[in-house]
Design a protein around this ligand. Structure first.
Ligand SMILES: *[C@@H]1O[C@H](CO)[C@@H](O)[C@H](O)[C@H]1NC(C)=O
Ligand SMILES: *[C@@H]1O[C@H](CO)[C@@H](O)[C@H](O)[C@H]1NC(C)=O
Ligand SMILES: *[C@@H]1O[C@H](CO)[C@@H](O)[C@H](O)[C@H]1NC(C)=O
Ligand SMILES: *[C@@H]1O[C@H](CO)[C@@H](O)[C@H](O)[C@H]1NC(C)=O
Ligand SMILES: *[C@@H]1O[C@H](CO)[C@@H](O)[C@H](O)[C@H]1NC(C)=O
Ligand SMILES: *[C@@H]1O[C@H](CO)[C@@H](O)[C@H](O)[C@H]1NC(C)=O
Length: 472
């Protein structure tokens, strides 16, 4: 309980209409890993591979494996930085377009750390990364691309000849078994990201392998075999989730994007879709580079930009993935380290000054739940946070309204919201006098025909300190 405490909440009205919520229509529910993914809220991606050393590398210009030589590599530093902004897992680019692999594969493949002068051919970035993940309490996750492999002459998923494609496909399938085998030291990643997806019938047949040995691993951009472990991209790299933000898709479309533009858009992310498929919002720390580039420290985002991105992603029920771009030494530059840690502190501050938290609130459709107090909730800024119980019921809210009461009474025009999902963070509006004494929440539309809903949490936070620090 924050410094305001419960005592100040002199009047609290909640309509306890029903003790249980029964569903009239079937709503897609998350698997255990998807529920975990929603609760994690923040992950990290780490772009570190041959492009860190050879930015101009491209098809037909494959550099020697000796080019990879991060003499000061510290995966501890990476994971410490990722944990400083609250990431619960980190995704390492095991393979990213060049074809260079960050683990010493035992398959018949000669473009990996095993072929590099780095640590005299005995290095293993993936394993060092995993040990650091364990040390800092993050789950390990991988990125692997079948979209491009310049070493194997794969461009836009395809090899110049069917023979070469067959060799490539077989190799990748062996590498997947090598990584995911229960006895492998790399086994059981929390998530694997096949950036730009996999083309069934052309690309390696990864699905059957993953859905047996890696059956609880979240699969990013795997429409044809996501099963109940898929997630989807929101469609921008700026961490802005469009609203409404639905967590389900039509069967077999988890990992596909909406098709077309504006009014011609074909929506495949829908309320009451058969398959649960929550979104992710990814973005860079340096605008707009995924891999490290020299002399770009002036592109490191400031903390107010990062907090704004937090509010347009996590604050809209999306899952935020923030990138790290270690340099050719294998280190994260100081400017980035400072930005990550300042961002982490800012996020903490958004939740530190708690005014009230109510759990498992049952709200009747169309009836307002009001929380009010004699004294203002905060001096300057504050926020309301609403969470649905997605793990138990799936995503139910389609529309809601919030009203605020200032010293002049209730502000007449309610703020209209659409989906909530995991979390909606609603900053207090600017009002004359600057203070809020009450909030009223009304759920106005559900995707089901139910007449009530149980919300997982409704909280109010004082953001005065966050505002004073310039975070909001
Ligand atoms: C990899 O290198 C080894 C040892 O030089 C060689 O025997 C093998 O044929 C090479 N594999 C490929 C696919 O080139
Ligand atoms: C690298 O490893 C090879 C083979 O084990 C060994 O002969 C060589 O001395 C090593 N070089 C260094 C610099 O450690
Ligand atoms: C997942 O894989 C494990 C081990 O391979 C197996 O025991 C389990 O039944 C599988 N679960 C599902 C849901 O397929
Ligand atoms: C980076 O900038 C410094 C001076 O600010 C310059 O000396 C150096 O050559 C630049 N490096 C690259 C790779 O452009
Ligand atoms: C943060 O960065 C944004 C975008 O570059 C800029 O518009 C804004 O003024 C910066 N804010 C602060 C406090 O420096
Ligand atoms: C915080 O309060 C200040 C002063 O009233 C205001 O300028 C600012 O927009 C508020 N920030 C948010 C996020 O509401």
């Amino acid at each position: 309980m924050g410094r305001f405490g419960l005592l100040l909440i002199t009047f609290l009205t909640v309509w306890y209409c029903e003790t249980s919520v029964s569903l009239a229509v079937s709503v897609a529910k998350p698997s255990a890993s998807q529920a975990k993914y929603l609760d994690y809220e923040i992950g990290a991606s780490i772009h570190f591979n041959m492009q860190t050393f050879a930015r101009t590398m491209r098809p037909g210009h494959v550099v020697s494996p000796d080019t990879f030589n991060p003499t000061k590599l510290s995966t501890d530093e990476w994971l410490k930085a990722a944990s400083s902004f609250g990431a619960k897992y980190a995704i390492l680019t095991l393979d990213h377009f060049s074809g260079f692999l960050l683990w010493p594969t035992e398959t018949n493949y000669n473009y990996s750390v095993k072929n590099s002068q780095w640590k005299n051919k005995t290095g293993d970035v993936a394993w060092e990364f995993m040990q650091s993940c364990e040390k800092y309490g993050l789950k390990h996750a991988f990125y692997y691309s079948v979209h491009e492999n310049w070493y194997m002459d794969i461009g836009n998923y395809r090899s110049p000849t069917p023979e070469a494609q067959a060799i490539y496909n077989k190799l990748v399938e062996q590498q997947m078994r090598e990584l995911f085998d229960p006895k492998s030291k790399y086994a059981n990643p929390f998530l694997i990201w096949f950036d730009a997806g996999i083309i069934p019938g052309v690309s390696p047949n990864i699905g059957p392998i993953l859905r047996t040995v890696g059956n609880s691993t979240i699969c990013m951009q795997c429409p044809s075999f996501a099963g109940n472990q898929g997630v989807r991209w929101v469609g921008d790299e700026q961490a802005v989730a469009p609203l409404p933000l639905w967590y389900s898709v039509k069967a077999g479309e988890c990992g596909k994007d909406n098709i077309g533009r504006s009014c011609l858009l074909v929506y495949i992310w829908v309320p009451l879709g058969e398959q649960f498929c929550p979104p992710f919002c990814d973005t860079v720390i340096r605008e707009h580079y995924w891999f490290w580039k020299p002399n770009t420290t002036d592109r490191v985002k400031n903390v107010s930009t990062l907090v704004r991105e937090y509010l347009t992603s996590v604050g809209r029920g999306c899952h935020l993935i923030l990138n790290l771009d270690p340099d050719p030494n294998g280190l994260v530059e100081d400017e980035d380290i400072q930005a990550y840690s300042a961002f982490g502190k800012a996020i903490q501050l958004l939740y530190e000054d708690e005014v009230i938290t109510l759990q498992d609130q049952v709200l009747k459709l169309g009836k307002e739940m009001a929380i009010s107090s004699e004294k203002p909730f905060s001096k300057v800024n504050g926020s309301l946070v609403i969470m649905e119980d997605v793990a138990q019921f799936g995503q139910l809210v389609a529309e809601y309204q919030v009203r605020f009461k200032s010293s002049q009474g209730w502000i007449e025009k309610p703020l209209k919201g659409s989906t909530i999902g995991q979390k909606a963070i609603i900053p207090f509006p600017k009002v004359s006098g600057g203070v809020i004494f009450a909030v009223g929440i009304t759920i106005t539309k559900l995707v089901t025909t139910d007449s009530s809903i149980m919300l997982r949490e409704v909280s109010i936070y004082d953001w005065s300190r966050a505002a004073k620090n310039g975070y909001v």
